[in-house]
Design a protein around this ligand. Structure first.
Ligand SMILES: NC(=O)c1ccc[n+]([C@@H]2O[C@H](COP(=O)([O-])OP(=O)(O)OC[C@H]3O[C@@H](n4cnc5c(N)ncnc54)[C@H](O)[C@@H]3O)[C@@H](O)[C@H]2O)c1
Ligand SMILES: O=P(O)(O)OC[C@H](O)CO
Length: 349
């Protein structure tokens, strides 16, 4: 008997297809579950996911099915690549067959009400499951095309982290482990908001100084929020923090960046999202995050600025003026607190 787990990937979009293809190429027994029977048949026949990953040839060993019960019956390790808006409903349907299994969320979103991470939804819906999250600078199309990539698997369950490293790690993909699953998961969700801003700035012809300022101040802002919520600030120096922020704010392949770019070209939010035709989690995360930051009293000028543009009809030049005219504070605020002897390294969080 093989000591490798049998794997199911739920969600036949860009990321689920990519993960399934990579694991199949590793010789893992893996089945991709998707709801669209027509697309599933096309993938079996052509070995291409024409809707989400056109021109990428998938490993012939990747199995594709539409019967959820059948897929889950034999799997011991299950990856979830379902957009956050549908995550709970899919999980609830799957729950009777997930008890005791390893579940890895790859979804970078937040559920409202409750400001819930996807791993928290897993814990609610399948209390007996072993839970991990996967996050990092991972553009699906690049990974599927074999670009050298690194990611992070985070869980309190070391054995589960090792299983994920075993099935996913390859000559093109390094899988690092972390115990800060909250920070890793939060980082993946938060960076999408800043990618929208970065895409807007690029479309408006702003230069590289501006982009660098945006990315660096975004890192300060998301770290401030995450530390307030209990994450380890050092996580944000890693792949799931600054690593993911960089790729998503820099790459035109990022769907969140693409939404921002369309907005910067003058399209409405509805038009920008419709033109994309795939999920851009940052739009919903912006609403959820803005509300939570207000409740918690965390200073987040970039989030407030983007929210004002998209949902409060404030003109862009007024928002930019307010951002540039705000009080000039410290560069790295943790360093300032450190020098003042006031930073307790998050020990009371
Ligand atoms: N694409 C990437 O580069 C990437 C990388 C890392 C993480 N992620 C995250 O993975 C998650 C999924 O993103 P994606 O890129 O695969 O999205 P996508 O838009 O490419 O595909 C979404 C998939 O989910 C399916 N889906 C939606 N609602 C469903 C439901 N109720 N039941 C079954 N299937 C349903 C769609 O049919 C589609 O196959 C997101 O949270 C995203 O942030 C994406
Ligand atoms: O295409 P995006 O904007 O959803 O980003 C994809 C990944 O999260 C990048 O790590």
């Amino acid at each position: 008997m093989s000591d490798k787990p049998t794997v199911a990937v739920l969600g036949g979009g860009s990321f689920g297809t990519t993960l399934g293809g990579l694991m199949a190429a590793n010789g893992i027994d893996v089945t991709l579950w998707m709801r669209d029977a027509g697309l599933a048949a096309t993938i079996r026949e052509t070995r291409q996911n024409s809707r989400y990953l056109p021109d990428i040839q998938l490993d012939p060993r990747l199995q594709v099915e539409t019967d959820l019960q059948q897929v889950l019956a034999s799997a011991s390790l299950v990856f979830l690549a379902i957009p956050s808006g549908a995550f709970r409903s899919v999980l609830r349907e799957a729950a009777p067959l997930l008890a005791g299994k390893g579940i890895v969320s790859t979804t970078k979103g937040i559920e409202q009400p409750g400001f819930l991470m996807m791993s928290e939804i897993v814990a609610e819906e399948v209390p007996t499951a072993r839970v991990a999250v996967l996050s990092g600078p991972n553009l699906a199309r690049e990974m599927a095309a074999g670009a050298l990539t690194a990611t992070v698997v985070a869980s309190a369950d070391d054995q589960l982290c090792r299983e994920v490293q075993q099935v996913l790690g390859s000559r093109t993909l390094r899988v690092y482990a972390s115990q800060d699953h909250y920070g890793v998961e939060l980082g993946g969700a938060l960076k999408n908001v800043y990618a929208i801003i970065s895409g807007m700035a690029a479309a408006m012809g702003m230069g590289e100084n501006t982009r660098s300022m945006l990315i660096t101040r975004a890192l300060a802002e998301m770290t401030r929020f995450a530390v307030h919520m209990g994450a380890n600030p050092l996580t944000f120096l890693g792949l799931a923090g600054v690593g993911d922020l960089i790729v998503t704010c820099m790459s035109p392949l990022s769907r969140n960046y693409q939404v921002g770019h369309a907005l910067g070209q003058g399209l409405s939010l509805e038009e920008s999202v419709a033109r994309l035709g795939q999920v851009a989690e940052g739009v919903n995360t912006l609403k959820v995050l803005r509300q939570k930051a207000e409740e918690e009293g965390v200073y987040m000028p970039l989030v407030n600025g983007l929210h004002a543009i998209l949902f409060e009809q404030l003109p862009l030049d007024r928002v930019v003026g307010a951002l540039m005219g705000g009080e000039q504070k410290h560069d790295v605020e943790f360093a300032a607190l450190w020098f003042a002897g006031e930073w307790n390294r998050g020990e009371d969080k």
